[in-house]
Design a protein around this ligand. Sequence first.
Ligand SMILES: Cc1ncc(C[n+]2csc(CCOP(=O)(O)OP(=O)(O)O)c2C)c(N)n1
Length: 738
Amino acid sequence: MNPYNRAEIIDHNFLKFLKNNHQSKRIEKISLSDLGMSKSNVISIFESQVFSRHMDIKARELKEKGECFYTIGSSGHESNAVFGNIFPFTDIAFLHYRSGPFFIERSKQLAGSTPLYDMALSFMASSDDPISGGRHKVLGSKSLNIPPQTSTIASHIPKAVGTAFGIDRAKDLKIKERELKSNSIVLCSFGDASANHASALTGINTSRWIKSIGGNVPIIFICEDNGLGISVPTPKGWIESTFSNQDHLKYLSCDGLNIFDTIRVSREADSYCRSNRAPVFLHMKTVRLMGHAGSDIELSYLDESQIESAEKKDPLLLSALSLIDNRLLSTDEVVNLYEHARKRINFIFDQATTKPRLSKASDVMSHIVPEKIRKNHPKFQAEKDREKLFGREYNRLSRPMHMAKLINYALLDIMLQYDNALIFGEDVAKKGGVYHITADLYDKFSIRRVFNSPLDETSIIGFASGLAHNGFLPIPEIQFLAYFHNAEDQLRGEAATLSFFSQNQYTNPMVIRIAGLAYQKGFGGHFHNDNSLSIFRDIPGIIVACPSNGADAVKMLRTAMKHAYKNGRIVVFIEPIALYMVKDLYEPKDNKWCFKYPDIEEEHKIGQYVIYGEGNALTIISYGNGLYLSLKAQPEIEKQLKKKIKIIDLCWLSDINIDQLLIDIEPSKKVLIVDECRRSGSYGEGLMSSLYSKSKNNMSIKLHAAEDSFIPLGDAATSTLPSQESIISHALSTYKNE
Ligand SMILES: Cc1ncc(C[n+]2csc(CCOP(=O)(O)OP(=O)(O)O)c2C)c(N)n1
């Protein structure tokens, strides 16, 4: 036999061993009633294991023919079928990519499921695949309560923790949007190498952190330990020594080569987690068979003897022997079941190869932007309730205020209107955030709805995704824009891709508030004055907002919430720190940057920009601090030009209506884009190219952006940024076509 074709060897060995098997005493004798299992249950688990094995064998054959993609299999991990049996499908499951047997076994809990066919379609990247529609080979199903996972290892762990936390919190708060059963728990599986990842460690850490302060986090972390991460061995005893001694984390281990041990320990994990509402680390030791993935040549990093030694521990064979030794099936019955499953899988997979695949860009992109997840929108609260909530502040609502205060008011109204909204982040509770934007919310809505997170941005955004799986509308806060980078994958790789990989069946709406941008006086240096938004610019499907004043901020925040609630959208809401407390525009005490709190029903449509002035000599397009500085520069520019100009505040940095913008800037023909962010990757850069490529007229468009530099501390802090003076000079030279 070809030593490189391990699938063939394993298949052959399985049958050879069974045929030569004479009743043995290798396997422990068990009592099904002690395990709380029926004979048919155990046979069902075995059958799912067999189906999964044949899928791996067949997928490899089809991959050779170029019919099948991305063949990462489950061989060696077959004991995870046990979890699919023990845990009810009402327990939401975030699965490792080797959890095929789990998926097949769980589907038997729901009449009418067609897991083999569905998985075959996913292997074949067919557009008929019911979960991803041919976008990825994922394990996922809305009806089975299995959200699809990306292939980024461990990145599902922070959100699984958020979902676990959200089960009891939703019940507590009685939110009507909740989807998960009150006594349910969360299952979250991953590999042993993945357990080293920062996302894994922070997820597990956050679950313990919450439990230590009395919160409920009913989650079972299932580490399927095959001792390898592609070619890198996990040090002996590493998983056990890392996770068995942690406070607030119950550690249990099972032998994944032994179906009955796995059943026994799963039951223990289930009972502990469900009744204590506390995290459990279930360590399943097993082997990996057939290499890491279809393209992996194990012989390039393992000796043949090492490979054979793992193959001798084949859990499928060991399951078969357990069933035979315990007289649940005869050898012939096992062989029959095995061969029958082979035929069935071959037939289904061959059928699946004939099914359609995605081809057009528009089809690929059809679910990037989620939509219509809820019909109705929560009503505004009665005026008397608002009056009570605002208390002393109620009578001040009609007074002009700076942005920080107005956003605070908006959040009060939003929390009143949306029972399912939660605010969390670093220092947001009692302290009210570093800039007091969330001040008083904790007192008014209690710690159950406004709470501090551990100091970890990955957890904050992951938590938001997870909470959204149970009907919450999270409003996480990131304390400073520069620190969002720590959480980037949770937005870019996870949250933003969910509706894409699930065809809008799963969404994770959220409104992420981020204090950011530069021009802060007397504080910071680069990390508190980060002036780059490029991290958001290329993420498909998200909405990005950046208000320049309090009144717009309030209206935009309301619109953001509405789109998150009704359409499942993810909104990144950038709040320019330097403008939080600004009251004046042209002169000290002119109060021209203070605004009244907009009436409760006032909104600000996505993509709608605001135009200041009607002059056509020149148009300045900007947002945030750049807009504020441009308005300050306007009188001098107009004085020098002896003509009037127009200034446009984009407000929304995504969804810019280029066609409409071209109509509005057309009369002036001269455009200066002022962008406070670093030139490379700035929104201004993108806007300039969009305007040029769509403009039919001879227009002159210039970009005045910040230098490609980090921000220093001290007097030089604004030296790399557009200033009132530099805007004036750029405006004049743009006008003169210099
Ligand atoms: C964040 C990230 N880095 C690297 C990879 C590439 N990669 C895919 S699987 C894998 C090994 C994972 O090993 P383990 O967690 O032990 O799971 P196993 O495949 O052994 O079941 C790696 C490095 C990835 N998918 N995601």
